[in-house]
Ligand binder design. Sequence first.
Ligand SMILES: Cc1cc2nc3c(=O)[nH]c(=O)nc-3n(C[C@H](O)[C@H](O)[C@H](O)COP(=O)(O)OP(=O)(O)OC[C@H]3O[C@@H](n4cnc5c(N)ncnc54)[C@H](O)[C@@H]3O)c2cc1C
Length: 465
Amino acid sequence: MSETTNYDLVVIGGGPAGYAGAIRAGQLGKKVACVEMERAGGTCLNWGCIPSKALLKSAELYSKIQKAEIFGLKVGKVEYDFEKVIGRSRRVADQMAKGIEFLFKKNKVDYIVGKGQVIVPGMIEITDGKEKGKILKADKILLATGTKARRLPGLEVDGDRVMTSREALVMKKQPKSIVIVGAGAIGVEFAYFLGAFGTKVTLVEMLPQIVPVEDDEVAKVLSRAFDKMGIAQHVGVKVENVQVGKDSVKLDLVKGDARETVEADAVLLAIGVTAYLDGVLSPKVSLKTDRGYVTVNDSYETSVPGIYGAGDLIGPPWLAHVATYEAIQAVNGMFGAGKPKRVNNFPGCTYCIPQVASTGMTERAVKEKGIAYKVGKFPFTASGKAVASADSDGFVKVISEEKTGEILGVHIIGPEATELIAEYCLAMDMEGTIDEIHHTIHAHPTLSEALAEAAAATHGQAIHI
Ligand SMILES: Cc1cc2nc3c(=O)[nH]c(=O)nc-3n(C[C@H](O)[C@H](O)[C@H](O)COP(=O)(O)OP(=O)(O)OC[C@H]3O[C@@H](n4cnc5c(N)ncnc54)[C@H](O)[C@@H]3O)c2cc1C
């Protein structure tokens, strides 16, 4: 007979939603298990945020060292070892995943490596792995199984000529040329990474601009920076007729009646994600979904009482920090540790150079809503710290409601944009106005002064422009 253990909560999936939810339940003194079929940390730590940022750091440093002369430094010929660049990224991922395993122990979370399936509400079976056949009984279940990369119909991912981000993170050989399909955060980050190391990159996007969710002006500045790097960009274009050969891939870029064939060593698909529910639910359990994503109510409970969902699995935005937030809210709610909140403001960051970060609405969205608004903008060329660092491409753009000064959207492109955005996230969470940012004293010289200057610029009161 299979072994049965009782839990207050069983979490399926050990990514930023799952591990955070499990740890939170541990903090609340609950008996909790986290079932993960690959490795604790999920996509984010193993195949997403963290290893990609390690690669991007190598690329950034490589580019910086080549510009050492600007700083009065002389360096010899700068070389790199692609295998070691990838190797470091894997070690970083491994270190972070181990960290989660440690946190599970610290918080008394039972970590079960295996595939979990909800057989009926309140009961999970381990269907694969060392503990196959084990049954877990749970008062509550949190589904946090994330997403998988979307593929092009009929195109096999072979990890060599055709890749998704997962295969690209462990590339054995640097391609001399690559077509990246999809210019969202993931596509753009790989374009920067490979472009910085000299791969001939062609970036293709179906929508009218690269980084389609970002403000138009931000996309323009990034596009110019990519032009300078020699990254070819095609927007408003569909990919058709992909032909995988022994040594290369050919595909057609179609725009209206025009068709152009491009050829490259490889193609990387960065065209979004779909919900991962393979084998997660037995045929006896049926949950309401919307376009494949699990539907949850304001307490993150699915259509089946006692089964909750959080993270990428419940739909966009597909971001690690959002996944963590949702899971913590869900767990707090299920154990009476606070009324769960749904996600309202969140930052979105892209870690190419120049970095891109934003929160709230784009100017286009504000216009479409017919809201009366003002824009305050400050370029990094006017920031002493940015110029001293020879890193002054980009700007801070703040969009606020005309009468009240309520912050509606903030768009940063430039140095440390992904760190700077936090100040405006806090301000928006506290329902602050641009005046509060303007009148907060920011240390000099720092990049953060640009945040206050952009707010001041709304009323024509920026000092340095
Ligand atoms: C290349 C790349 C770069 C990214 N960069 C960023 C970034 O910089 N910032 C950011 O915020 N986001 C980034 N993301 C997105 C981020 O990784 C996800 O938003 C985040 O991982 C979602 O967390 P999650 O817990 O919902 O799902 P996941 O992290 O996908 O975790 C789900 C886990 O569930 C497990 N699982 C699935 N089914 C079962 C089962 N039946 N039994 C047991 N386990 C199961 C999977 O193995 C997986 O580990 C990136 C993604 C990619 C691919």
